[in-house]
Write a protein that binds this ligand. Structure first.
Ligand code: NAD
Length: 499
């Protein structure tokens, strides 16, 4: 059995806690490796070493730090196929989707190469006689990222890129379900010239996370994962005096107006609902057509498209549309929720529960499912399913449809499909959700904008990547300076009027 490691001080290091988690190949339903789960002592030692390494890295000029990231981008492109294969093997997503996972992370590293510009401070000349004032952005020290299974390349890259570019040392605690790619990223950063100890990958579960939350050296934590864990980490991290940003679960609505191009809307829904087996925080899981006629036309267009979807292992390359769920438990949970939907009265138009793939009977595959006439009181509407299940909720009017997106406790992403500019504009202005698509089903902002949800999908003040990330991973220091030639008045006992 392959035994994975931690990556500490520039080397692979075996776990010493004696605790491990199984890592599966979800297409085969087989354990393919085990990953060590760090103890508090292992985490604390990694953090202490990172604190030492950070001193020199933080004092390295931002352009040189940017050059390490520039080389890192070259290496990520060089190893793209290798990374995608390792990612698909542990996660289950298709190879083209795995490359997208790396690519969307890589783009944030490209953005971070601009660190010298992004870290520029402010300067005011002559705020008083012979007095200048300037602000600078300084690294926080040691910061940590805790990441989910569903984007094992992209989200670690979103976190480590800006943290390192700003001069911090970074502790990554990746998901224990697919830890190989994060370890490969650490190897590549070392090859790119990152000094040892500046990035530590410490694998683990709740014990490692709690060690991060309680470690006094760690100044900031970026988390991505489910909402209950996001709330826990936000609460405990903040009460321990850390800067914390947590991004949680989602239930993304797509409103389809009667004037929308119905073929375009159906294509968009199939990709956004079932891509990556629905294991995306920006997946569309609720379609809200306005008017019964729109709803009926949409179902007519969706069903043949759904029936054509190809579900299979990543080894089939671009010939499959989506792969298995990540674990047997994830599959059981999704099957259970589909059953609950039926019991609570939703109409199961396409049932993916009996899906079977010859040669992959033990894999965690589920066929695509489509529900119609879902209502807000049902569990399949209230909960994030995180599987290949699309629910249709029928609305009579635009206001009713808008209300569904507004009243749901999650607020990550949402979309509207319409030909009417006024409606689209009204929707974007009023809806209380962080990321909005207008005729775009998965509106993931690019690297130079910021990514973040509202309501129970995001906790903390600043978003991920883009300029916000440089604010999150630095603190501002403001200097007021006067040189002796300007000091002529003896002691001063009141605030000076700078007029
Ligand atoms: P998860 O919450 O189970 O795990 C996320 C991380 O938290 C992992 O590193 C895990 O080891 C750790 N963790 C798990 N249980 C813990 C506990 N009890 N105490 C402390 N730490 C714990 O999430 P997941 O299943 O890996 O990922 C899927 C979830 O992530 C979905 O809800 C999805 O919507 C969300 N997600 C959100 C975004 C976003 O940007 N909003 C992006 C991707 C995924």
């Amino acid at each position: 059995m392959k035994e994975l490691s931690h990556f500490i001080n520039g080397q692979h290091v075996k776990g010493t806690s004696g605790r491990f988690a199984d890592v599966y190949n979800p297409a085969l339903g087989e354990v393919q490796a085990r990953v060590p789960l760090a103890s508090k002592a292992e985490m604390d030692a990694a953090v202490a070493a990172a604190a030492q390494a950070q001193v020199k890295w933080g004092a390295t000029n931002p352009q040189r730090r940017g050059r390490v990231l520039m080389e890192f981008v070259r290496l990520l492109n060089r190893d793209m196929d290798k990374l995608a294969e390792a990612l698909s093997r542990e996660h289950g997503k298709t190879l083209p989707d795995a490359k997208g996972d790396v690519q969307r992370g890589l783009e944030v590293i490209e953005f971070c190469i601009g660190a010298p510009h992004l870290l520029k401070g402010e300067f005011t000349d002559s705020v008083g006689p012979g007095i200048d004032m300037y602000s600078m952005r300084q690294p926080l020290g040691v910061v940590a990222g805790i990441t989910p299974f569903n984007f094992p390349a992209m989200i670690p890259l979103w976190k480590m890129g800006p943290a390192l570019a700003c001069g911090n040392a970074f502790i990554l605690k990746p998901s224990e379900r697919d830890p190989s790619v994060p370890l490969m990223l650490a190897e590549l950063l070392k090859e790119a010239g990152l000094p040892d100890g500046v990035l530590q990958v410490v694998n683990g579960d709740k014990e490692a996370v709690d060690a991060i939350l309680d470690n006094e050296t760690i100044q900031a934590i970026g988390f991505v994962g489910s909402t209950p864990i996001a709330e826990y980490i936000y609460g405990r991290g903040c009460s321990n005096g850390k800067r914390v940003q947590c991004f949680g679960g989602a239930k993304n609505h797509m409103i389809i107006m009667p004037d929308a191009d119905m073929d375009q809307a159906a294509d968009a829904l199939v990709g956004a609902g079932y891509g990556a087996a629905g294991e995306r925080c920006m997946a569309i899981s609720v379609a809200v057509p306005v008017g019964d006629e729109t709803a009926d036309r949409l179902i007519e267009k969706l069903v043949p498209r759904i029936e054509k979807l190809k579900v299979g292992p990543y080894t089939a390359g671009a010939d499959v549309d989506y792969g298995p769920l990540v674990t047997a438990q994830a599959k059981e949970r999704v099957l259970g929720l589909i059953g609950t939907g039926v019991e609570q009265g939703a109409e199961l138009v396409v049932d993916g529960r009996d899906f079977n793939l010859q040669g992959y009977e033990d894999g965690y595959f589920i066929g695509p499912s489509l529900f119609d006439r879902v209502t807000p009181d049902m569990d399949i509407y209230k909960q994030e399913i995180f599987g290949p299940v699309l629910s249709q909720v029928r609305a009579k009017t635009y206001e009713e449809a808008l209300g569904y997106a507004m009243d749901h406790e999650y607020g990550n992403g949402t979309a509207i499909f319409t030909r009417d500019g006024d409606t689209a504009r009204d929707f974007a202005a009023r809806v209380n959700v962080g990321m909005i698509g207008i005729n775009v089903p998965i509106p993931v902002p690019l690297a130079y904008h910021t990514f973040g949800g509202w309501k129970k999908s995001g906790f903390g003040d600043l978003n991920q990547h883009g300029p916000d990330s440089f604010r999150f991973y630095t603190r501002t220091k403001t200097v007021t300076s006067r040189w002796p030639s300007g000091m002529k008045e003896g002691g001063e006992f009141h605030f000076k009027q700078m007029d």
